[in-house]
Design a protein around this ligand. Structure first.
Ligand SMILES: Nc1ncnc2c1ncn2[C@@H]1O[C@H](COP(=O)(O)OP(=O)(O)OP(=O)(O)O)[C@@H](O)[C@H]1O
Ligand SMILES: [Mg+2]
Length: 357
């Protein structure tokens, strides 16, 4: 395996440290080109093993659109791990290699899930071993129609912002920011970790269309949905940018502060989104939509930066750091209805998975 690594690496990209081959991942600003090299290297030495021969499977701890996550212990060492397994029948080797190598590249950040450097294929699955995050995910602690307390949200927000800053600095875009992909080490969100790099791509990658929308998707992404009976949308290909994550982060903050989605999707057929868009286009004369009235002016200013309609006007995710010292939610006055009638037609967050092309 070492020989293969050495023979594939050029002089700049591998060093020998105390006799061991080491892949140098290069300067942070150019992380994405090294991912491709790492993918090639991993493909060359992907172990073939059967899960049960090497791991004791204890139980399934998570399931998403693409794969399952199993709590296992390593048969020789007893180490507990979270094994992400993706069925070969519905997973392309290239997609699996990309998810594994990007996860590995990012795993050094304290707010990103750690990896063990174990990737394999069995007869039926591709898989890799992740650090076991023992708490639940952020979705599990959202109280429907109530949300999570402001102080806990703020703790969570600064950590996600820091993880996003790291990812974006490497020229990558997560593309699947949602509460289900934020793992908790404790229920008070003192330490959270961003996971699931299955959709992560290099900034600038072009998207031609998407087959369905999620509430976390930015308006420019929702415009890429192919209408019924249409093969492709009217819109030209969309270049993937960090501003997609910023928008999703803004929606996530709304969801966890309120226990509601702000809208179902950012298209003209969604009246909640339309009302929001009208307000953002003319905040001077348009009334604040009911579901946004619970926030303080400072918090609305922050949302305005995260959820700028025009992607180029959106701030970077770390803008939230400047707002954590301010109040976000107005204190509730006795007998205040909080616009519950209007809110009632908004849905509470439910587990979701995007289907992207
Ligand atoms: N390292 C981990 N430790 C503990 N639980 C985890 C870990 N990784 C994932 N999970 C749980 O498993 C669920 C599914 O994992 P993941 O998001 O990686 O799968 P996916 O199929 O890519 O999901 P999606 O539908 O979001 O694309 C997560 O929402 C989380 O609850
Ligand atoms: Mg997921």
């Amino acid at each position: 395996m070492k020989e293969k690594i050495s023979s594939t690496c050029n002089d700049q990209t591998h060093k020998t440290v105390q006799g061991r081959a080491m892949i140098e991942l290069g300067p942070v600003e150019d992380g994405s080109s090294h991912i491709e090299e790492l993918m090639e290297l991993t493909a060359q030495c992907l172990s073939r093993l059967e899960i049960k021969e090497h791991f004791n499977v204890i139980k399934e701890i998570g399931r998403g659109k693409y794969g399952r996550v199993l709590l296992v212990t390593h048969r020789c060492r007893g180490t507990p791990m979270a094994l992400k397994v993706l069925p070969k029948a519905s997973t392309q080797l290239k997609g699996f290699l990309r998810e594994y190598c990007i996860s590995l590249r990012l795993s050094s950040h304290p707010c990103i899930v750690g990896l063990f450097g174990i990737a394999f294929q069995s007869n039926e699955h591709y898989g890799f071993a992740q650090e076991l995050v023992v708490g639940r995910d952020l979705f599990a602690i959202i109280k429907p129609r109530v949300g999570i307390s402001e102080s806990v949200v703020k703790r969570c927000a600064v950590q996600i912002a820091s993880a996003l800053e790291f990812i974006h600095r490497l020229g990558l875009v997560h593309r699947d920011i949602k509460p289900e992909n934020i793992l908790l080490l404790d229920t008070q969100c003192r330490h959270v970790k961003l996971a699931d790099f299955g959709l992560t791509q290099k900034r600038g990658t072009l998207i031609c269309y998407i087959s369905s929308t999620l509430p976390y998707m930015a308006p420019e992404l929702c415009a890429m949905v192919a209408e019924d009976g249409q093969e492709k949308p009217q819109a030209p290909p969309l270049s993937i940018q960090p501003s997609l994550d910023t928008w999703a982060f803004g929606v996530l903050l709304f969801c966890i502060l309120t226990g509601f989605f702000p809208w179902e999707h950012c298209t003209s057929t969604d009246s909640f989104y339309e009302e929001f868009a009208e307000w953002r286009q003319d905040t001077e004369t348009t009334e604040i939509p009911t579901q946004w009235k619970r926030f303080t002016p400072a918090c609305l200013e922050m949302f305005g930066k995260l959820l700028a309609l025009e992607p180029n006007d959106r701030s970077t995710a770390d803008v939230v750091k400047g707002y954590v010292g301010k109040e976000w939610v107005k204190p509730k006055r006795p007998n205040e209805s909080e616009g519950v009638n209007a809110m009632a037609t908004l849905s509470s967050p439910c587990r979701s998975s995007p289907v992207l092309q």
